[in-house]
Design a protein around this ligand. Structure first.
Ligand SMILES: [Zn+2]
Length: 438
């Protein structure tokens, strides 16, 4: 019986063994490869299919033929209550937020809508090959419970928390404001649930510096201190007008990062999204704190926020994840964001290789989110989190790949030309959580 047997998945394997920004030969591609997974969904071994099949006494075989098996994408920044707010026309960050985003987030006051959207949101991510997502949740407690329930039921690895705002301002609907006391009670409830769930994690989520009072920031610090297993996520240095507004409000701070530092929120459990316009001093301090940065390529282009300075982050030894940043991003597929990530670096004179791109979306993201012992590549003992990319479904891709002179060149083509339409199946901990068409 399958449930009591290990499984061997056959296909072309592609993953990172190490960080390609530090080591050569970090990328491994195995044609006619095999991934051997135990009945609990953990990886036993991988390699050439003839070698693996010779070792396996008895196993269920899933033969994906010429398709590629790739570690699950790790989306380090995505907003659940912006599920239906993608591709909203007009304006840059602050105008866009007030005109299009905050009204969309108020719709989650309706429990039935929140329930339905939570399921669609998680299914959509899984259909793109995303197996881990760090999510900005709703302001409504029932909507976040729906999100965690949907994640448990549908099988994604989730890091999420309520998006916190308590500072009234023009254009911010009152319904989206919480009190620090209520926010703390709601967070404690979900933190307790996560303790018994290996795939669920809580992230304390102040929206950004201007949306939270001193009392709310201190409450966030208290949660982070009292629950060291939680994460903290927020935004930083995304847009020049935003930075000017933050520095005008916190006029005693020399830069944006210092606002979060004042409240003890810059730690090795912190993930800051964007950081497009950092000073060298901020990069120094982010590196020293071992805080992670999440780069959101599609969003940065859509909102015209700027070009992410990847080289400067790498120079400071900062761990980087990639995010779709739905709804500012216009694709739910982190894979599609890799093509934008490449172009953003091209515009700054840096030509990334396929191993750099794949690293950022998989093992690099896992490292940035402290999940490198759990997911990110095919190492023995890790969770079998991967997706199957069946390029043969596209005649053009089949013909294009046939004309490549190496597997690396094929991977480069796939990074730019394949999309969620070629995702055949997605697995988290060996459980098939999406298959095409569904
Ligand atoms: Zn965001």
């Amino acid at each position: 019986m399958r449930s009591t047997m290990s499984t061997v998945y056959l296909g072309t394997l592609a993953h990172l063994k190490a960080n390609p920004f530090e080591t050569s030969n970090a990328l491994e591609i195995i044609e006619y490869g095999a991934l051997w997974v135990d009945e609990k969904g953990m990886i036993i071994d991988y390699g050439k299919r003839s070698d693996i099949l010779a070792k396996v006494p008895e196993a269920w075989i899933e033969d994906y033929d010429d398709a590629w098996l790739i570690p699950g994408m790790i989306d380090g920044h995505v907003h659940y209550p912006q599920y239906y707010a993608t591709a909203a026309q007009g304006g840059q960050l602050l105008d866009w937020l007030v005109q299009s985003i905050l009204p969309a987030e108020t719709a989650f006051a309706d429990p039935a809508f929140a329930n339905d959207t939570a399921k669609r949101f998680i299914k959509h991510l899984l259909s793109c090959g995303t197996t881990t997502a760090m999510v900005f949740g709703s302001q409504f407690a029932h909507a976040n419970e729906a999100l965690f329930n949907a994640a448990r039921e549908l099988g994604i690895r989730l890091i999420a928390g309520a998006t916190l705002m308590d500072t009234p301002a023009d254009g911010i609907p009152d319904a989206l404001l919480q009190t620090p006391k209520q926010a703390q009670a709601d967070a404690e409830k979900l933190i307790a649930i996560c303790r018994d769930e290996p795939l669920l994690h809580y992230a304390i989520t102040p929206r950004y510096a201007l949306s939270c009072s001193e009392e709310m920031m201190m409450m966030c610090h208290g949660l982070l201190h009292n629950h060291p297993e939680t994460y903290l996520q927020t935004h930083i240095n995304e847009n020049r007008n935003e930075i000017r507004a933050v520095l005008a409000h916190f006029n005693q701070c020399k830069d944006y990062l210092e606002v979060y530092e004042r409240y003890g929120l810059v730690t090795d459990r912190t993930v800051l999204a964007h950081n497009i316009h950092p000073s060298d001093g901020e990069l120094d301090r982010i590196g020293q704190a071992q805080c992670s940065i999440c780069h959101c390529p599609s969003s940065n282009l859509f909102l015209g926020s700027g070009l992410f300075p990847l080289s400067r982050h790498i120079k400071h030894g900062i761990n980087i994840a990639l995010g779709t940043d739905i709804g500012a991003g216009v694709s739910f597929s982190l894979w599609s964001n890799l093509s934008d990530a490449y172009k953003i670096q091209q515009l700054q004179g840096l030509s990334l290789n396929p191993e750099h791109l794949l690293y950022l979306a998989t093992l690099g993201g896992a490292k940035a989110l402290h999940l490198e012992n759990e997911t990110g590549n095919f190492s023995t003992g890790k969770s079998a989190d991967f997706f199957v990319l069946d390029y043969t479904r596209s005649d053009y891709l089949s013909e294009r790949l046939r004309r490549c002179n190496s597997l690396e060149a094929q991977l480069f083509c796939l990074l730019h030309l394949a999309s969620e339409r070629q995702v055949e199946s997605t697995y988290v901990r060996g459980r098939r959580v999406f298959f095409y068409p569904s």
